[in-house]
Ligand binder design. Sequence first.
Ligand code: TRP
Length: 399
Amino acid sequence: MDKNNSNENQEQEEQVVNPWEVSAKGKIDYEKLIEKFGCQRLDTSIIDRVARLTGRPPHVFLRRGVFFAHRDFHEILDAYERGEKFYLYTGRGPSSEALHLGHLVPFMFTKYLQDAFKVPLVIQLTDDEKCMWKNLTVEESQRLARENAKDIIACGFDISKTFIFSDFEYVGGSFYKNMVKIAKCVTYNKVVGIFGFTGEDHIGKVSFPPVQAAPSFPSSFPHLFTGKDNLRCLIPCAIDQDPYFRMTRDVAPRLGYHKPALIESLFFPALQGETGKMSASDPNSAIYVTDSGKDIKNKINKYAFSGGQDSVENHRKYGANLEVDIPVKYLGFFLEDDAELEHIRTEYGAGRMLTGEVKKRLTEILTEMVERHRRARAAVTDEMVDAFMAVRPLPNMFN
Ligand code: TRP
C-alpha cells in the first residue's frame, strides 16, 4: 500500500521535497525520503535481475545508486519475464532554454531503458505546468517546449519507439477523458495534503496534477495503445516527482488500470555542494549543455566544492573528504570506468592525488560529454521535432 504523505507538517520538518521545492538544512536524507514517501530501495538483487533480463551490464546510474528507489519495479520485471512488454513514460517541464547536466540524467537513463528493454516511450512536455508556475506566457512556454524537445531528441531516442508531446498541443480526446476520470477520484483535501496548495494558489495549479497523471494510463494514447489497456507503465524520474504518481497510483485501480511503476533518482548536486537541486536562477551553480569548454573549466575550478584539505601538506596528511567532494560526486555520475573511479577515490581519499588533478579529469569528461551533446543537438532539425511529435502509430515499437 502507498503511504499518503502529507505536507501539513512541512514547517517543522528540516527537509522539503516536492515537485517545486527541494531544500534541506544540510544534505538531503534520502533514507528518510524513502521512508516518508513509502517507496522501496533499489537493491542489488533487482539490479542483477535487470542485467540478466536485458542481457547487458546495468547502467552506471544503476551500479552507482543514482537511481536508488522504486515502486513496483519488480512487477514490471515479473511481467517482462513472462513475455509481457510495458511502456516508459517520462517528461520535462520546459522552464528554461538551456538544460543543465542534472536535466539530462533522467533522459540518459530512459534512453538506456528503451534500448535495453526495447519498449515504447512517451515523453510529456508540460508547457502548461511551467506557464502556470513560472509565470511564462503560453507562447513562451510552447517555444521552450520545442527547444527542449531538441535537447531531448539529442539524447538519442529511437524515433520508431518514441512519442514526444506538449500538453498545449496534445491534451484532448482520450487523454482529456482520462484527466477528468482522474480528477473525479481526487478530493480537494487530498490534493492539498499531497501537494500543499494553499488558498492563495490559483486554481490552475490545483487542476494540474491529473495532466501529469494521465500519461500513466495507456488509453491516453489511442494511436499507440488501442486495445492494450492492460499494458504496464514504468516512469523513470527524479524523486521530487513522486507526489504526482502517489496520487496516480491511488486512483489507478479505481479506473481499472495497473498502478504505474516508478524508478526514481537522487538529485544532481549543485557545484557549490550537496544541499539540494541545482538552481536555475544561479548560472554558476550548474554546468549547462550550452557551456563552452572554457566555461566548464572555469566553473569546475572556481565553484566545484572540494573535499580536499586547505594546504598541500594537510592534504597529503589527511586526504580528501570524499563525502562532500563535488568533483568526485560528478565523476560518480559520468565516469563510466569503475576501475578508474575506484583508483581516484582511493588515491584522492588518501591524499596522494590533489584536488587539481581530480578537477582536471572531471573537466575532460564533462567537456567531451557536452561537446558530444552539442553536436547531436545541432543535427536535430525542426522536421525531426515535428516527426517525433506527430500523433502517429508506432508499428515497430515492441521490436
Ligand atoms: N513535472 C515535471 C517537471 O517539471 C515534468 C514531467 C511531466 C515529468 N511528466 C513527467 C517528469 C513524468 C518525470 C516523469 O520537470
